[in-house]
Design a protein around this ligand. Structure first.
Ligand code: IMP
Length: 202
C-alpha cells in the first residue's frame, strides 16, 4: 500500500520506511512536484498536522501522514509553540538567542519546557487519526552541542546532563517527541494495511 509522508526531508522518510517495513511504500512530496505547500494556519500542533494531512491526501488521492512539532516553554506561556520554525526571522541560532533572551532572569526550577510532535494520518475522504509525543526538559542558559537542529542546543534532558544537541541521533530518537509519535503511529498503520479504519492500536 502506498502512503504519502508529507515532507521533503529524506531522513524522516527513511526512518518511517524502516519502522513500517514492507507493508507500505512510503512516497514523499518530491513525487508530487505539482502539489503546492499547505500553509500552517492552525493554532495547535494537532490543527496544523490535520490540516496538512487532509490537504495532501485530497490532492494526491493517497492516504497521507503529516507532522507538526515545536518547543513549548512553560515560563513563556507555551511559546514559541506552533510558531517555533519562524519565531523570529533569521537562523536557528537567532531563534535560540531570542528564547534565551526571553528567559533571562527566569530562575532555575522554572525553566521547564517540552518538545511536542503530532502526527496526523488522513484518507482522501478526510477521515483522520492523530498521535502525539512529548519530551520534557529544561532550558539551559547557553547553547551546548552541535548535533540535532532547531532548539536542541538549549534543551537539556534532566538526569543525562546533556542537551539534545549533545546526543547521538539514535539516543535522541529513543526519547524524542518525534520518536514517540512515530512509534505510536506504527500499529495504526499496520491496522490500516489490514483494512481497519479508524486504525486502532494492535
Ligand atoms: P515544523 O516543521 O512546523 O514541525 O516546525 C518544527 C520547528 O520546531 C523546527 O523548525 C524547530 O525550530 C522546532 N523543533 C521541532 N522539533 C525539534 C527538535 O527535535 N529539536 C529542535 N527543535 C525542534
Amino acid at each position: 500500500m502506498k502512503l504519502l509522508f508529507a515532507t521533503r526531508n529524506r531522513g524522516k522518510i527513511a526512518e518511517l520506511q524502516q519502522m513500517v517495513g514492507e507493508r507500505f511504500e512510503i512516497v514523499s512530496l518530491d513525487a508530487f512536484p505539482g502539489v503546492g505547500e499547505v500553509e500552517e494556519t492552525g493554532d495547535t500542533f494537532e490543527a496544523n498536522a490535520i490540516l496538512k494531512a487532509r490537504a495532501y491526501a485530497r490532492a494526491t488521492g493517497l492516504v497521507a501522514l503529516a507532522d507538526d512539532s515545536g518547543l513549548s516553554v512553560d515560563a513563556l506561556g507555551g511559546r514559541p509553540g506552533v510558531h517555533s520554525a519562524r519565531y523570529v526571522e533569521g537562523s536557528d541560532e537567532d531563534r535560540v538567542c531570542a528564547v534565551l533572551r526571553e528567559l533571562e532572569g527566569v530562575p532555575d526550577g522554572q525553566r521547564g519546557g517540552e518538545f511536542v510532535c503530532v502526527l496526523a494520518l488522513a484518507t482522501p475522504e478526510g477521515e483522520v487519526v492523530t498521535t502525539r509525543g512529548v519530551m520534557r526538559g529544561v532550558l539551559t542558559r547557553a547553547p551546548r552541542g552541535t548535533g540535532g537542529f532547531g532548539y536542541d542546543p538549549i534543551f537539556e534532558i534532566e538526569g543525562t546532563g546533556k542537551t539534545t544537541a549533545e546526543m547521538s541521533r539514535e539516543e535522541k530518537a529513543r526519547i524524542s517527541h518525534r520518536g514517540q509519535a512515530f512509534r505510536a503511529m506504527v500499529p495504526r498503520l499496520k491496522a490500516l494495511a489490514q483494512g481497519v479504519w479508524p486504525p486502532k492500536m494492535g
